[in-house]
Write a protein that binds this ligand. Structure first.
Ligand code: ME8
Length: 505
């Protein structure tokens, strides 16, 4: 058994959660569930980033204190996690007192060792990004991400000697080309680090909503420093036992490309400064787009994930996220696209295959799955073995859409198999009973394997499939070691139930 630690970004609570948040959380959940299926010791962390300007401003607009505002908003983020059926092991809030104390201890240590110094600073600040911009990086004088004009901010701040760590980050990247995935993001990160890192301000004097700087309580910790530290503080207080040694370094920090820079520059520098190991991988996925534009809270063009899931079910939504958009790239999502995939792939390819198979087992064999045939499935056996190997390789590249496509090809081959074998014809020929047994067994076994592979994507549906195949839950039936062709004995009684995905009109 090995340890596996995966994180999502912690989300801002200045507005309600949207489909982009659901996307990263589901991706992390797919990985977490997959690693549990492998038998790994998994820790999956998500949570909320509650300090900083946008949250304080949102609270002020609502006439609430920042604390009241974040306490209300976090409920919606926790509800999203629950609704997408994410199996996170902890939900961190940066307003947790344990987190705040650990952030203070961390930066006090950097201060004591001379990594932090005081200086006055004047710069162009986008309060939505919580970042300073150089004039050259603005587009028509505006923030490239938010389209708003940054303000000139002048303050006495504490600075972190980021410039000290440039070479060490680059060395690490040189030695670990898998540090940032996919490769295009690795190259992007390397190119901006190579252009030169300047020391950064890690405190704010103009803001009160944050973690006080321990040696100067008139300032608060820069929200990004506070936020990045969540990945290690959570391990230290999520359980009574300190999990840091067991789970650090993290296996995957998942995130969208908007926050690559913070994770590829500030975070490694902070960790090196503290003498800690760097994350094994940052995996950067693309944006879900609607009508060609990035969805974001400040732009107001969001698709409500709650509505989609209420109407079509969580698993259908989880499936769609990785089916429609290549993981790692940007892609357009739409209700129309969703409905098409739902009908053609979930209702037809998968749902219909199950109901047909069970109906035939019921009709021709009294509902009992026949014994495995001696020839062990022929082409299907070969396809299933290939699927197992390719799926593992693809998951190890975090190619969540590629892995799903591999299973789907297998599901399609099962559909083709039914058509080719035409069991309804075999059933009319009494002397071909053995052949019919083999076909029915192979279909049931193919469905069982599909369910095991699809489990991280569609956890409830796949348990339902196994249940309908007469497999009693609770005996490790979804562990990946079960995904071996021919492991299912015959003799189980099928339990046909409701259609998995009723067709939409
Ligand atoms: O950046 N498509 O929080 P945030 C796909 N608090 N993913 C999207 C998306 C989209 N259209 N929009 C957002 C923050 N995301 C910081 C993070 S971490 C130490 C601090 C996802 O609420 C994606 O994962 O703005 C992106 O990186 C994240 O939400 C940003 O969430």
């Amino acid at each position: 058994m090995s340890e596996f630690y995966v994180t999502t970004p912690i989300y801002y609570v200045n507005d309600v959660p949207h489909i982009g948040h659901a996307y990263t959380t589901i991706a992390a959940d797919v990985l977490a569930r997959y690693h549990r299926q492998l038998g790994d010791d998994v820790f999956f962390l998500t949570g909320t980033d509650e300090h900083g300007n946008p949250a304080a401003q949102a609270a002020a607009r609502r006439g609430l204190s920042p604390q009241q505002h974040v306490d209300e908003m976090v409920v919606k983020f926790k509800a999203l996690v629950e609704q997408v059926n994410a199996t996170n092991d902890f939900f961190i809030r940066t307003t947790d007192s344990e987190h705040c104390a650990k952030v203070q201890a961390f930066i006090q240590n950097l201060y004591d060792q001379g990594d932090i110094y005081r200086r006055s600073y004047r710069g162009l600040y986008c309060s939505s990004c919580e970042a300073f911009y150089a004039e050259k990086d603005l587009v028509d004088g505006k923030c490239p991400d938010h389209g708003t004009e940054p303000q000139t901010v002048e303050e006495e701040n504490y600075f972190f000697r980021l410039s000290r760590y440039q070479e060490r980050i680059l060395d690490h990247m040189e030695q670990h080309p898998e540090f940032i995935m996919p490769e295009s993001r690795f190259n992007e990160a390397r190119s901006f680090i190579t252009q030169g890192l300047e020391d950064i301000s890690i405190s704010r004097a103009s803001l009160q909503w944050g973690v006080p700087i321990p040696w100067d309580e008139s300032q608060v910790v820069y929200v990004w420093v506070d936020a990045l530290l969540n990945y290690i503080t959570a391990l230290q207080y999520a359980r009574e036992e300190d999990l840091l040694e067991r789970f650090w370094p993290v296996d995957y920090h998942l995130m969208g490309k908007d926050i690559l820079k913070f994770h590829a520059v500030i975070w490694p520098a902070m960790l090196i400064a503290a003498g800690m190991e760097l994350p094994r991988h940052l995996f950067i996925h693309g944006y879900l787009l609607m009508g060609g534009e990035k969805m974001s809270k400040t732009r107001g063009n969001v698709l409500d994930p709650f509505e989609v899931m209420d109407k079509y079910g969580v698993d259908a939504f989880r499936f769609y996220c990785f089916r429609e958009v290549t993981f790692g790239q940007d892609g357009v999502v739409s209700l129309e696209g969703f409905e098409n995939r739902y009908n053609s792939e979930l209702a037809n390819d998968l749902g219909n295959l199950l109901s047909r198979t069970l109906a035939m087992i019921l009709k021709y064999r009294g509902g009992v799955i026949p014994e495995p045939p001696p020839d062990s499935g022929g082409d299907l056996f070969a396809a299933a073995t290939r699927l197992g190997e390719e799926f593992a390789a693809s998951m190890s590249r975090v190619d969540l859409s590629g892995s799903l496509e591999l299973v789907w090809r297998f599901v399609r081959s099962l559909n083709k198999y039914v058509e080719d074998m035409a069991p309804w014809k075999l059933a009319k020929e009494p002397d071909r009973g053995t052949e019919l047994n083999a076909v029915l067994y192979n279909l049931a076994e193919g469905l069982r394997l599909s369910a095991v592979f699809l489990h991280p994507y569609m956890p409830d549906t796949t348990l339902e499939i196994l249940g309908q195949l007469g497999i009693t839950p609770g005996s490790g039936e979804i562990m990946l070691q079960q995904a071996e062709w021919g492991r299912m004995p015959g003799g189980a009684e099928v339990q046909p139930g409701k259609p998995l995905f009723p067709k939409l009109d």
